[in-house]
Ligand binder design. Structure first.
Ligand code: 4AD
Ligand code: MG
Length: 453
C-alpha cells in the first residue's frame, strides 16, 4: 500500500496533490457542511486534520466511522487556515478498514489513568502518551547501537536459556518441558535450565576474543519485588571491554548515558515535550542540566559518610557495609549531588564474586551510576582476572569451582584485565520520560501476578 506517513506529510514544504494517509481516527467533529477528522498513524505525536465535505463520495464512505476506526484518506495536502497546524488534507476518497464501536471502544475519553491503560496494554500505544513513550524507546535503542558502533564495539547475542544457575544476579525462572517437579537429568537439556538474569559471563568470554562487545536484549528475574523500578522481564545493555579497568567503564557508562539523552532531546523533541508538559514538569531542563556538567563521583566510603551526615531518618539505617537502598541512592543523586553520581569501590561482602578485589582487602572495583528519581541505573565492575584470587573467592563463598570451569578457563588462557557493566534500559527510559512506573515504559510489562498480554 503506497502511503505517506503523517510525520513526513507534516514536514512538507509545498502543497501536494495526491496524497494517501492511513491511520486511526482520534477525533471526529461534524459540522453542517463538512466533517473534521483527526487522524494519527503513530509516526509522530501530531495528528493530520482531514476535511471531508458533506455530500461527497468521501463523506459517504466515511459513514459513521468514529474514534478508533482505521481509515485511509486520499486527497490534497493544503495549507491549513485553522490554528494549530500548518497543513491539512482535503479528502477526495476514504476507505474505512475497521470501525470501532463507540459503545465499547475503551479509548473514548481524552485522558485515562495509567492504571486503567495497563489493563488495555494492547490498545494503549494508540494514546499520545504511550505512542510517545514507545517512539522514545525506539530512538533510545538506536542511540545505544550508534554509540557502541561508533566506538567499535561488536553487538553480541548471548543466550536466553542458560544452564548456569549461579550467576548471582537474582532469582531465576526455571524452564522445563516436563510436568510437575521434574528431575533435571530427565529434562530437555539433561540438566536444569533457567532464563538468563544477565549475559555478563558470556559477554566476558566474547570480550576476551573480540575486545569490545555489548549485549542488548531481554533478561529475566523472578524476584518477588513489586516495586515501580523492577520488572520480571527487562532489557539490559551490557558492554564488556578487554584491557580496561574501573575508570574506563565509569567513563563509558557516563558517555553512553549522555549520548542517549542528547540523541533523544534532539530526535524526539515533540514526544519529550509532551512528558515535560503533562507528566514531569521540568523534565527537559533536568535532562539538559545533565549534559551541562559531568556526573559526580564518590567512593562508597564517602557515600556512607554523606548519608550519615545528612541527618535523615532513613527506613534502612546506614552503616559501613550495608547495601545502598533506593532511598539512599536517591538522596545522594537527587538531593546531595543534584545530578547523576557514580559510587565506586563497594565492600566486597555485598558484591558479586566476579568483581576484582582492591588492594585494601576490603573493597572491590565496582561502580554504580545513580540518577535522580530512579536510583540505580547502571551496575558494573572491573572483573577479577587473577585465577588464584577468583578460585579463592569461590571457595570462600562455598561455590563449586567445577560449575564455572569455562569461566575459569578465561583466566587460565590469556587472561587480561577487563571490565563491564549492565544498564537497565527501562530505567533509562524512566529517566528520559519522567514516567515513574517501569510498567509504563515497556509495552507489555511482566511483574508478579501479571501476564495478561
Ligand atoms: O546491577 P545488576 O544486577 O547487574 C548485573 O546484572 C551485572 N551482571 C551487569 C554487568 O556487570 N554486566 O543489573 C544491572 C542493571 C541495574 O543497574 C538496573 O538498572 C537494571 O539492570 N535492573 C533492573 N531493571 C528492571 N527490573 C529489574 N528487576 C532489574 N534488575 C536490575
Ligand atoms: Mg546492581
Amino acid at each position: 500500500m503506497q502511503r505517506t506517513l503523517i510525520a513526513d506529510a507534516l514536514a512538507a514544504t509545498a502543497p501536494q496533490r495526491d496524497m494517501t494517509l492511513c491511520g486511526w481516527i482520534r477525533t471526529r467533529r461534524d459540522a453542517k457542511d463538512f466533517s473534521f477528522v483527526e487522524v494519527n498513524d503513530g509516526s509522530c505525536l501530531a495528528n493530520m486534520q482531514c476535511i471531508v465535505d458533506a455530500g461527497t463520495p468521501a463523506h459517504e464512505a466515511l459513514g459513521d466511522a468514529s474514534t478508533g476506526a482505521a481509515i485511509c484518506v486520499k486527497g490534497e495536502l493544503v495549507p491549513s487556515p485553522g490554528k494549530g497546524q500548518q497543513w491539512e488534507v482535503r479528502a477526495a476518497a476514504i476507505t474505512v478498514f475497521g470501525k470501532a464501536d463507540p459503545e465499547t471502544y475503551p479509548l473514548q475519553k481524552k485522558r485515562h489513568s495509567d492504571e486503567f491503560l495497563r489493563t488495555i496494554a494492547h490498545l494503549r500505544s494508540r494514546t499520545n502518551k504511550y505512542g510517545a513513550a514507545f517512539r522514545i524507546r525506539s530512538e533510545a535503542a538506536r542511540a545505544v547501537h550508534d554509540f557502541f558502533h561508533s566506538r567499535r564495539f561488536a553487538w553480541v547475542h548471548t543466550p536466553i536459556l542458560t544452564g548456569s544457575d549461579c550467576e548471582g544476579a537474582g532469582e531465576m525462572f526455571r524452564v522445563t518441558t516436563l510436568p510437575g517437579a521434574p528431575n533435571p537429568a530427565e529434562d530437555f537439556f539433561g540438566r536444569s535450565c533457567n532464563l538468563t538474569v544477565s549475559g555478563q559471563l558470556e559477554a566476558e568470554a566474547l570480550a576476551l576474543g573480540l575486545g569490545r562487545v555489548y549485549t542488548f536484549g531481554p533478561t529475566f528475574r523472578a524476584e518477588n519485588s513489586n516495586t515501580p523500578r523492577h520488572a520480571a522481564e527487562f532489557w539490559m545493555i551490557e558492554p564488556e571491554m578487554a584491557f580496561a579497568d574501573l575508570e574506563d567503564i565509569m567513563e563509558l557508562g557516563e558517555s553512553l548515558t549522555r549520548h542517549v539523552v542528547e540523541h533523544c532531546l534532539s530526535q524526539c523533541e515533540a514526544d519529550i515535550h509532551l512528558f515535560d508538559a503533562y507528566v514531569d514538569k521540568g523534565l527537559v531542563e533536568r535532562l539538559q542540566g545533565m549534559l551541562r556538567q559531568p556526573f559526580a563521583r564518590c567512593t562508597y566510603h564517602e557515600a556512607i559518610q554523606i548519608l550519615q551526615d545528612s541527618g535523615r531518618n532513613f527506613t534502612f539505617p546506614v552503616a559501613f557495609g550495608v547495601d545502598l537502598q533506593t532511598e539512599h541512592e536517591r538522596y545522594l543523586a537527587e538531593e546531595h549531588f543534584q545530578r547523576p553520581v557514580i559510587v565506586y569501590n563497594y565492600p566486597r561482602e555485598i558484591k558479586a564474586f566476579y568483581m576484582r578485589a582492591n588492594d585494601d582487602g576490603e573493597t572491590v572495583a565496582a561502580m554504580d551510576v545513580l540518577v535522580p528519581r530512579i536510583g540505580e541505573l547502571i551496575g558494573g565492575s572491573q572483573r577479577e582476572e587473577r585465577l588464584d584470587r577468583l578460585n579463592a573467592r569461590l571457595l570462600e563463598l562455598g561455590q563449586n569451582a567445577g560449575d564455572y570451569w569455562w569461566y575459569l578457563d578465561l583466566r587460565r588462557f590469556g587472561t587480561a584485565p577487563h571490565a563491564g557493566f549492565g544498564l537497565g534500559f527501562e530505567r533509562l527510559l524512566m529517566m528520559l520520560t519522567g514516567i515513574t512506573n517501569i510498567r509504563d515504559v515497556i509495552p507489555f510489562p511482566r511483574t508478579p501476578g501479571s501476564l495478561e498480554f
